[in-house]
Design a protein around this ligand. Sequence first.
Ligand code: UDP
Length: 240
Amino acid sequence: DDDKRKFKRVLLKLSGEALREVGSHDNISPPIVENIAHQIKAAHQNGLEIALVVGGGNFWRGVTASSRGMERATADYMGMLATVMNSLAVQSMLEALDVPTRVQSAIKMDGVAEPFIRRRAMRHLELGRVVIFAAGTGNPFFSTDTTAALRASEIAADVVLKATKVDGIYDSDPKKNPNAVRFDRLTFQEALVRQLKVMDATAFSLCQENNMPIVVFSMNEPDTIRQALIGEPIGTMVTA
Ligand code: UDP
């Protein structure tokens, strides 16, 4: 398949909401996490090196809490802790499927996770372990999208795969405009000029500066996470 993207090492970003069942009060749905783990395992079996960043929005978002009166930095630290819970959930389900994993936390948390150590993370990947980066960047005022861009650059991943609710990037909002056109490919420059929202500005500019491609794809349909991981041409790919 000529269209197939060739990845050796990828960073998959899952939003916290991806772990929640729509309409449920539970922040994490174990069956949904299990399904995600199955897809990761399927891609991992082909020898792909996989790192994960999991968001925390299913529990808590710093900006939301701060807009309602809480100090932003503290609210952000709480959000980072939320990503640790999600990371442990994903780790647990992967390990249940015999996929070796390590969680590395940007906030020291002996007993539940290793500290983030870049060279050790890369070693884990070489040894076939799925590395889950928890606690975001460890800094308030950042997002897990920025974490994904940062860690992907640090570990020299081939791409950031961003699982979302929409199946790519459109020239206008597909929910509002029925004639919205989806891009298969875009350059960073085109995305900027057209003011298309790929990731938050910090995350986007990190990717652009480091020449880190981004694939935005929908995880609402079954099996798309596996497809994105193995380089099937789904979603929209943003490159230099
Ligand atoms: N967060 C942070 N620094 C980081 C990453 C995350 O302060 O480097 C906090 C921030 O409050 C954010 C929350 O953690 O709202 C959860 O992350 P995010 O909103 O990116 O999760 P997602 O929307 O992907 O589920």
